[in-house]
Design a protein around this ligand. Sequence first.
Ligand SMILES: *Cc1c(COP(=O)(O)O)cnc(C)c1O
Length: 415
Amino acid sequence: MEASRLAADGVPDAEKAFFVADLSAVYRQHQRWKHCLPDIEPFYAVKCNPDPYVLRLLAGLGTGFDCASNGEISQVLGIGAVDPSRIIFANPCKATSFIRGAQKAGVEMMTFDNADELYKIKRVYPGAKLVLRILTDDSKSLCRLGLKFGAPLVAVRGLLEKAKELDLDVVGVSFHVGSGCFDSNAFADAVMRARTAFDVGKEVGYAFKLLDVGGGFEDNNFERTAGVLRRAINEYFIDRRELGIRIIAEPGRFYVSKAFNLAANVIARRAPLDDGTEQDMDGMEEDQPRVMYYINDGVYGAFNCILFDHQVVHPYVLSLDGSFHVPAGSRTLKSSVWGPTCDSIDCVCANAELPATLAVGDWLGFDNMGAYTICAASRFNGFDVSKVVYTVGGGSDGREVKAVLGSFARATRGY
Ligand SMILES: *Cc1c(COP(=O)(O)O)cnc(C)c1O
């Protein structure tokens, strides 16, 4: 409302798109994690959304962090009060200089899935604690990662023998079922494969102490996935307590997806003229959207998740004619929603039902915009990356979040 008022007064940039991050939503996901998977320590996957307040909140809540580059490691250590032992360098293919950088930063845990990585690590950081990333079935995921990473089970023995020969310290096994995993059973199959790798490790002379079940957790099937995972761990790692096995995970999307919404302003509209004459719409199919809305964030910005993360987004009316109230039963039209750049790939939503009265200056909202959005946004065509406005909500969760952030700030004074 404030933005609408300022924009109407001609204040520059008042109508810019912006995210609203509800940190209480991140906090609630953490509670949910602890409730469903109390024996698995989450190491938040920083790449998913390296928002500074999300990182501080999670650091204050005691999670670990999955980093994939020196930049991410520096960012996490830079917030202060995070011991490098709370970081896993979970990129199986690292530049040699990054392996050196990890050593300098005191980050010991890192993954590998090939022999060349072992030679590199032997050369520059022979004391690292290595985690073998194995390949699992990722066919039930939005983003398949197995195309690029993971040692197939047939390669495990050779790799572990090579590691032994090089006198390297392999401490455990990791996997990733693929990002956005919609089939919970993928986790059971992966845990079974991890057990096989543990057994091969024992034969080769290692006593693994770490199982890393990776990321891929979704918000909408989390309870089910957690149940499958708990049962699989009980089945395949029944001896985990005697063996002193620590279990960690690398959730990304799960923590942040729902916590961020985006508000975007309708900056332009192309529609049939009011007098009924079509505005250059000849040859258009009858069921094709007649109204085209242009908003001020698009696929080169926040909505890169449509291209890279295979997301489908659903616009809703946030404010219409200066009011949050959209009259019930108002007439809708088939519409399409486009980003602000000059590229026609910049389509946010090809077919949406939006009120016939939606006009330039009104606002559209988009939910679930926290994962793989801001972090991969570009400034193509000179458009800024949308800023984030923070809230903690009004309830008891909000008070908890403030308390956690407050004590974290006190612990890190000077950073
Ligand atoms: C991307 C990634 C994650 C996070 O995956 P989500 O699907 O967001 O949970 C975890 N671990 C590794 C190694 C990754 O590459």
